[in-house]
Design a binder for this molecule. Structure first.
Ligand code: SAM
Length: 303
């Protein structure tokens, strides 16, 4: 019987995963090429588990014509999973070494898809105009320390985003998806709800990252829908004021915002909201309604 001849396993080459995804050996190899020491300040925890990548891409429910914005592609773990599932991927990476390596990694592992990728070296909190077609979906394993501002900034600046699927710290996932009245409900929950329907979309353990973070992670999905009627900045100003002193009733908490507790009470009543209620009970629509109530006219000066 002829001996079975197996090709040698080269863990750090494109062949280590049939679909070109990065496993632990490939991540180690790429990090070594860059002499990379992942930094906490940039939230550099890289995914090295192909099954987690496949799950994230499946959960994103991308359409073949989607243009994906990926923030923080890092060594390319998620980028490689996204490229076959979308028409194009624009990857915004702040670390110049990682931004420079990514096109080479993609060209080596999935050459047929390399022209779908555009890499932009930039801070996602300060992107100007992005090259190429406008993004329709945000899919990202976000740097944990700036996850909420990145999400809210991109939703504000890129109205073409119709959905988002982000991987964040479990606690942040809980806060983003919390409904009114629940303990985790707060500023991030209300502001995210301004843009769309938010829900948790699964948990991710810490062992699939290199280096391992000391917290668990969670996926959050947001489906864009029209915002409530009203002005976003004005609504967000009331939200910030209402949660700044979370334990107070709204009459007291909104005294500074309205000019005085009495003025806050008048505006709350005009919006049909009980002034003794706490902010944590109001939905984004309630906040938008309250923000739209004009300030009461100042009493006339005595002649
Ligand atoms: N997507 C990769 C993965 O899943 O393995 C890396 C994710 S890692 C949690 C976060 C990435 O975001 C890092 O590559 C980091 O350099 C990058 N990053 C951090 N802050 C950023 C910012 N403000 N704008 C763009 N990228 C940022």
């Amino acid at each position: 019987m002829a001996a079975l001849r197996l090709a040698p396993v080269q863990l750090s080459t494109p062949a280590d995963q049939p679909d070109g995804l990065l496993g632990p050996a490939a991540i180690r190899d790429l990090a070594q090429q860059l002499e990379l020491r992942p930094t906490k300040s940039l939230g550099q925890n890289f995914l090295h588990d192909a099954n987690t990548i496949r799950r994230i891409v499946r959960t994103a429910e991308l359409r073949p014509d989607d243009v994906v914005l990926e923030v923080g592609p890092g060594l390319g773990s998620l980028t490689l999973g996204l490229l076959p599932a979308a028409a194009a991927v624009t990857a915004v990476e702040i670390d110049p070494r990682l931004a420079a390596l990514l096109p080479r990694t993609v060209a080596a592992r999935v050459p047929a898809l390399a022209d779908r990728l555009t890499v932009v070296e930039a801070d996602a909190l300060r992107i100007g105009e992005l090259p190429g077609p406008p993004p329709t979906a945000l899919v990202a394993n976000l740097p944990y320390n700036v996850a909420v501002p990145v999400l809210l900034t991109l939703l504000e600046q890129l109205p073409t985003l119709r959905r988002a699927l982000i991987l964040v710290q479990a606690e942040v996932a809980e806060r983003l998806a919390a409904p009114p009245g629940s303990p985790a409900y707060g500023v991030p929950s209300v502001k995210a709800a301004w843009y769309g329907e938010v829900r948790r979309a699964g948990s991710v353990g810490r062992r699939v990252f290199w280096p391992e973070p000391n917290v668990d992670s969670g996926l959050v999905a947001l489906d864009r829908r029209p915002p409530p009627p009203g002005d976003r900045a004005a609504t967000f100003a009331v939200v910030d004021a209402a949660f700044a002193t979370r334990r107070k009733g709204l009459r007291a908490a909104l005294g500074g915002w309205a000019g005085s507790p009495a003025a806050a009470e008048a505006r709350l009543r005009a919006a049909g909201i009980d002034p003794s209620t706490r902010g944590e009970r109001l939905s984004v629509t309630d906040f938008a309604r309250l923000a739209a109530i004009p300030a009461p006219a100042a009493p006339a000066e005595p002649a």
